[in-house]
Design a protein around this ligand. Sequence first.
Ligand code: ATP
Ligand code: MG
Length: 377
Amino acid sequence: MSYKQVKLGILGGGQLGKMLIQAAADLNILCKVLDPDASAPCKSLTNEFVHGKLTDFQTVYDFGKDVEVLTIEIENVNTEAMEALQREGVKVFPKPEIIREIQDKRLQKQFFQKHNIPTADFILIDNQADLKNYIAFLPAVQKLGKEGYDGRGVQKLMNENDISKGFDAPSLIEKFVDFEKEISVIVARNENGEVRTFPVVELVFNPVYNLVDYLFAPANISEKAEQEANSIAKLIVEKWDFIGILAVEMFLTKKGDILVNEVAPRPHNSGHHTIEANYVSQYEQHLRAILNLPLGSTATILPAAMVNLLGEDGYTGNAKYEGLEEVIALEGCYVHLYGKAKTKPFRKMGHVTVIASKVADLQEKVDFIKERLRVVC
Ligand SMILES: Nc1ncnc2c1ncn2[C@@H]1O[C@H](COP(=O)(O)OP(=O)(O)OP(=O)(O)O)[C@@H](O)[C@H]1O
Ligand SMILES: [Mg+2]
C-alpha cells in the first residue's frame, strides 16, 4: 500500500484540534477546520479555516464536500450532515451514528447496560417533577441527556432537599459513586480492527468547579485494576465497532471495582501528556486510527503529570500569563498555551506537562506550577 497526502476535515477548532493539527503536520496531512469562533485556537495553524456553525446541516455538509476524511474534536456536531457525506464517499470517523449515541448521556448509559459494561445504576428522568418519585434512589447524580460538558449539566442530589436544584429536562439520575479515584483510559481502534490502549491515568478533580485540576500517568493503581480498566475500554470499542480514539472516564470504587462514567469519541484532556510522555501521542494515534495506519506503541517513556491551566477566578478579559518563565525553566516541563485571546474564570487556557524519572518528584512540580502559573488579564 502506498501512502499519499490526505485532506482531513476537522469539526471543531479548539485546543484538541490544534494539537491534532500539530500531529497531522508530521504525517503531511492537509487540514481544514470548521469552528463557530472566528479566532479559534486552530485558526493560525490550519491550511484552511471555515467560520461556521458545527450544528448546522448545510454548513457541515458544505464544509465536508471536498475532504477525503472527516473527523471531530468536539461531539456537539451535526451528525446528519456527516452521514450524508459518508454516503457520498467521504470517510467519516468516528462514525456519525456512534457520535449521536454519545451526544446523549441517556443513550450512552443504555449502550453500556445492553453490553454488560459496568456502570452505576441509573434511571431515566423526563423532568424535574419526575425526581420526587425516586427519593429512595438518592444519593444520586443527575445528568442532562444532552449538551452538558466540563461539569455543567451535572448536579449532585444527596437527599430530598436537593430535588429543587434538579434539572427540568430529559436527563438521568445515577447512583452516587463513593469512588477511590477517577481514572481514564484512552483506546484507539483502526479499520483493520487493531486496538491499543494507553496506560491508565488518574485524575484529580477540583471539587469546586468540577474540572480536572491535574493528572498522573500512569495511575497508581493495582495491576488488577489496570488490566480490568484496559479490558473494559477494549470491550467498548469492539462492541461499537468504533474507529478512531475514544476516551473512557471511569471510577475506581473503594471496593476495587471499576465503573464506566462516560466516554468521549475524540482526543481528550486526560491524554495531553502523551505528547511528551508516551511513544505515540493520542493525537497521532487518532490520525493513525482514522487513516487505517498501524497503531503506535502506547508505552510510557517517562512518568508524567499534566496540570490544566484554567482562567483565574475573578479575571475576565485579554489573557496574560503570570509565572510562565519560572515554570518553563523547570526540567521536564512543557507549557502548552492554547492561544485563546480572552480568559474567563475556569476557562481551559492551556496545560503544562511535566515528566520525571522519579514519580516522587511529580507532585512537587505540580504544586509549584499550580502556585506560580496564573492566567489573569
Ligand atoms: N455517579 C457519580 N458519582 C459521583 N460522582 C460523579 C458521578 N458522576 C459524575 N460525578 C462527578 O462529576 C464529574 C462530571 O461528571 P461527567 O463526567 O458525567 O460530566 P461532564 O460534564 O460530561 O464532564 P466533562 O466534560 O468534564 O468530562 C465526574 O468527573 C465526577 O467527578
Ligand atoms: Mg466527564
